[in-house]
Design a protein around this ligand. Structure first.
Ligand code: ADP
Length: 497
């Protein structure tokens, strides 16, 4: 088997060649945490494995962003992969990582990644089945031998199915192993059964022991059943998803695959999220520079059109979230009048379901001087909120890992979180453990408990010395990707051996 000519992929028993397959990767295309992980983890793995590459679809936003893309393959297909249309592949190099882009205008040259505010694109199953097949076909064309194909979420979950059941007669794919990472079990990629033919899935796989899930095709089941190992993005969530409450109907299957199921807690990419080097914020700052953080607070208030009072004594509370049931937006709506009555100003950045947007809009109309709602996906404002807010809220009903609680700690913006999944793993309640506490937690998904936790935070905020000590401690925490990268390498080794 040929090795890559460009930077030649070496393959010895001790070295690993890894391909990341993801439907979104920052900075190219992002709708949530998956993009951050697919960008940061390869960087953290770069020095621990022989080679790492990333592959994703070539969306319109990437084409428009002016990245220098060079064509590396044209007219690719594979005879064993059924109805796979021909496609081209481009590449770009950034931060030492080469990323490949699968081009197919009909499927990916669109305004959004997965759908518009009116709903998901109706052909998402076909789009991502195509992407999964295209990845496998591309590898053969280029004769690139990867030891590990690391797939993420439902969009790439058919990769292990096609590798195992369509390419089983092709020796090229024999030694590849697949790791499947679940970033959010609730989004499984469920589609109508009449798509079986279009997806090239034989009818014999449409049963409860294979890809059927209550009369629908379930992409995520393919990842869980046919990958060589499965992991999720925090230890807490790996435990939770074995229960009926968090298992989204797949807890039985996950329990059956328990031996192959692992939890590796995500990290924070401090090359992107660190107030000392953040290019998006007004004043960069480090531990102890309270004045600079205050300047960022003033800048944030100005940016979102809220008045900044003399002395900036009022606490500013930040929220950045997808507007979805998962994120507990309704709990925020329940308590927002109380937060304002307690003297806080609230800045909310997000996008998502219209019903949550409407509820939040009513809040900001009721409190035009104290609640700012920005309905956008806006990376630079997200950085400004992390830097300028005093307190950050994450009242999630479930949270596979969550990244903003880690970013918030780094920016000295104290998190108040619901104790679930990765939020519970990362945050230690200050009132439960004054020595190690780095935030505030509440347990039941109810407005009353949430408000109680925020009140505890606001009380501490009034005592400047206590608060500054808490901020300094939070900023010292280290949730860098190093630890996770080491765990991934040992998991790769384990499934390869
Ligand atoms: P999710 O479940 O949405 O993936 P995570 O906490 O894992 O949640 O990651 C969310 C990521 O997306 C964070 O980097 C967060 O700052 C970012 N993000 C979410 N919504 C927005 C938005 N409206 N504008 C900018 N960034 C956003």
């Amino acid at each position: 088997m040929l090795r890559l000519k460009d930077n030649s992929l070496s393959s010895s028993k001790k070295s690993l060649n890894v391909l990341f397959v993801s439907s979104e990767v920052a900075p190219y295309a992002k709708t949530g945490g998956l993009a951050d992980v697919a960008s940061a983890l390869p960087k953290a793995l770069m020095h621990r494995v022989a080679n790492i590459r990333v592959i994703m679809p070539l969306y319109r936003c990437i084409r428009k962003s002016g990245y220098s893309l060079y064509k590396i393959a044209a007219g690719v297909t594979h005879p064993l992969l059924g109805n796979l249309p021909h496609f081209d592949v481009y590449a770009n190099h950034q931060h030492g990582i080469e990323t490949y882009f699968i081009e197919h205008r009909k499927y990916f040259d669109r305004d959004e990644l997965y759908g518009t505010s009116r709903g998901d694109y109706p052909d998402n199953a076909v789009r991502f089945s195509f992407f999964s097949k295209a990845v496998l076909a591309f590898l053969k064309t280029r004769d690139i031998s990867f030891d590990i194909i690391h797939c993420h979420d439902w969009q790439t979950a058919l990769v292990p199915f096609y590798r195992r059941f369509k390419l089983d007669n092709d020796p090229f794919y024999q030694n590849m192993r697949v790791l499947y990472t679940v970033h959010n079990l609730a989004y499984q990629g469920q589609f109508h059964r009449w798509l079986l033919g279009r997806l090239d899935i034989p009818k014999k796989f449409f049963n409860m022991h294979a890809l059927e899930f209550y009369r629908k095709i379930n992409f995520m089941k393919s990842g869980i059943l046919y990958a060589d190992a499965v992991n999720t993005v925090s230890k807490g969530y790996a435990r939770e998803i074995l229960t009926e409450e968090y298992g989204c109907g797949l807890h039985g299957l996950l329990k059956a695959r328990k031996e192959y199921l692992f939890g590796i807690t995500n990290g924070a990419d401090y090359s992107e999220w660190d107030p000392m080097i953040d290019p998006y914020i007004k004043e960069q700052y480090s531990i102890g520079s309270h004045k600079a953080k205050e300047d960022d607070k003033r800048d944030l208030l100005e940016s979102v059109g809220l008045p900044a009072e003399e002395g900036l004594a009022r606490p500013v509370i930040g929220v950045i979230a997808r507007f979805a049931w998962q994120k507990g937006i309704d709990l925020l709506v329940d308590i927002i009048d109380d937060l304002v009555a307690l003297g806080a100003q609230v800045v909310i950045l997000g996008k998502g379901e219209a019903k949550y947007e409407n509820l939040l809009r009513q809040c900001s109309r009721r409190h035009p001087r104290n609640v700012a709602l920005i309905v956008q996906f806006n990376n630079s404002l997200a950085h400004k909120i992390e830097a300028g807010a005093d307190i950050f809220l994450m009242p999630s009903r479930y949270e596979p890992c969550g990244l903003n609680q880690m970013y918030s700690l780094k920016y000295g913006t104290i998190p108040v979180v619901r104790a679930t999944g990765g939020l519970d793993d990362v945050i230690i309640d200050y009132d439960e453990d004054a020595e190690q506490g780095n935030g505030f937690k509440f347990y039941s998904a109810e407005g009353r408990d949430f408000l109680h936790a925020v009140k505890r935070a606001l009380n501490r905020y009034q005592d400047k010395l206590v608060w500054q000590a808490l901020v300094s401690r939070a900023m010292q925490e280290d949730f860098s990707w190093d630890h996770a990268a080491r765990e991934y390498v040992s998991l790769y080794d384990r499934i390869r051996s």
